[in-house]
Design a binder for this molecule. Structure first.
Ligand SMILES: Nc1ncnc2c1ncn2[C@@H]1O[C@H](COP(=O)(O)OP(=O)(O)OP(=O)(O)O)[C@@H](O)[C@H]1O
Ligand SMILES: [Mg+2]
Length: 455
């Protein structure tokens, strides 16, 4: 598709000359005789580039530039200034113009500057797109920034093998996809397979495919994932669980970049980037002889270590915020945030299930939610258990079975009220005993009795 150029100039002759020339050069051209008209055409025609004269009736070129949010639109502007007006040129560049040309200009010069600007524009868009993909990975800690930087680097090196290690739920698949979709392979297939889920013979035919008659059920030939992912990326999930004989076969494919279908005699060449992932410690697996060293080194040309969520500090809150926005949209809710107490709980928790667990916790809290903030009591018990319940569990003189939580949830205040009442009942009205049962000083207990109208 031809790229579109908007020429904004009040001199008819200049508009006409530029239009004739640029159309001949293969561009699509629209023209405007004033800044106002220019603004309108920028909105309607979405040009890739604007040639903008500064001296215009009413609104000047610089004023127009000021009105446009060039960065955001990714619009390339070349300013045309009167000869010697360096100041105008400098102002234009400050406002985000790509370059300037002074009058009188020759057409060759214009063509050259336009070509350069359009190239730079498409590069800028590409980088923005890359960033956009990587931005699906939430995290600002140094380790996560390093991971994001690595992804962009890997995306540029076409076929490098990547090994992603990290606990369950740390985002290994997310990272694998980010690598694929930021790379030049993005428009080719991303195929994934879980190596732990299949018995070894099946895994082999899934990966390599088979010829007709290779085994009893092979009524027709079938392509394997290596063939299907040709030109793209193959994601081998839970590689640590791959059987040793399959490991040997995989190593051969990686080294020779070709393989044979099961039952086949023909070597099939493929161009596939292999990304593998595991939540196992491959070091231990190697020392126990369960994982081949040579395969390990072949797979981890670029290793990516995803830290567990508990080591990512305030990223926990960033992710929580992200998922609140997500579920607000999805479920038409308007939860504003977490109370400081709830934040503290999320920050203190160990997150054995990592980001996946956090996502579930937020989703659950938002289904629960009655107010516009997430309170500690909207969070699952296991998150707070460490902090509050040992005392309750050890000598649970009070059984909490009688407390039913209504569907819409319940406030801590109501729970306290019920507990104070229950303690009084259990202690048969003896306030000192009741206060002991709730492990609180007698006067604190008395204050609550008053507050709840029980005194
Ligand atoms: N940094 C992150 N930013 C946003 N979402 C994330 C991030 N990390 C993980 N997620 C989300 O958490 C969930 C789990 O991630 P993913 O499936 O990639 O983890 P995994 O490491 O492959 O887990 P497993 O080992 O259990 O297969 C997904 O919904 C993913 O989108
Ligand atoms: Mg996974």
């Amino acid at each position: 598709m031809a790229q579109k150029i908007l020429v904004v100039d009040d001199e008819k002759l200049i508009r006409w000359t530029l239009e004739q020339h640029l159309v001949k050069e293969g561009y699509e051209v629209v023209t405007a005789d004033s800044a106002e008209r220019g603004l309108q055409l920028i909105a309607e025609e979405a040009p890739d580039l604007v040639l903008l004269d500064n001296r215009l009736p009413e609104m000047s070129g610089l004023e127009l530039l000021d009105k446009l949010n060039i960065q955001e639109r990714g619009l390339m502007v070349i300013m045309i200034t009167a000869y010697g007006l360096v100041e105008t040129a400098v102002k234009a560049m400050k406002l985000g113009a790509y370059d300037y040309i002074s009058k009188p200009f020759n057409l060759e010069e214009i063509t050259f500057v336009i070509r350069k600007a359009l190239e730079a524009g498409s590069l800028r868009r590409q980088v923005k797109q890359l960033r956009g993909r990587v931005d699906t990975i939430i995290g600002e800690t140094e380790q996560m920034e390093r991971v994001k930087g690595l992804i962009i680097k890997i995306a540029k090196s076409d076929a490098t093998t990547v090994l992603i290690q990290g606990e369950s739920g740390t985002g290994k698949e997310l990272v694998a996809k980010a690598v694929h979709y930021t790379s030049t392979r993005a428009d080719k297939p991303f195929m994934a397979i879980n190596c732990a889920a299949l018995p070894v013979t099946l895994l082999e035919t899934e990966l390599m495919g088979h010829e007709k008659g290779a085994f009893t059920d092979a009524k027709a030939a079938k392509k394997g994932l290596f063939e299907l992912a040709d030109g793209g990326t193959l994601f081998l999930d839970e590689i640590g669980d791959m059987d040793l004989s399959m490991q040997a076969k995989l190593l051969r494919v990686l080294e020779e970049k070709s393989f044979r279908r099961v039952g086949g005699v023909k070597d099939i060449k493929v161009d596939v980037r292999v990304i593998s992932a595991t939540n196992q410690d491959l070091g231990t697996a190697m020392s126990e002889g369960k994982f081949r060293k040579d395969l390990y080194y072949r797979l981890q040309v670029v290793p990516i270590m995803l830290p567990p969520l508990r080591e990512r500090g305030s990223d926990v809150l960033l992710l929580a915020r992200h998922y609140m926005d997500h579920f607000n949209k999805e479920c038409h809710k308007s939860v504003r945030g977490l109370t400081p107490e709830a934040e503290q709980i999320l920050l203190a928790y160990q997150w054995p299930g990592n980001v996946r667990e956090l996502k579930n916790v937020i989703e659950r809290a938002m289904i629960f939610e009655v107010e516009d903030e997430i309170l500690p009591e909207h969070l699952p018990q296991e998150l707070t258990e460490v902090r509050t319940s040992p005392a309750l569990q050890q000598d649970a003189a009070i059984s909490l079975d009688c407390l039913t939580i209504p569907e819409g949830g319940i406030s801590i205040e109501d729970v306290e009220h019920a507990l104070v009442k229950k303690a009084l009942e259990t202690a048969k009205g003896n306030q000192t005993r009741a206060a002991q049962l709730l492990k609180m000083p007698r006067d604190a207990f008395r204050r609550r009795m008053k507050r709840f109208g029980l005194a």
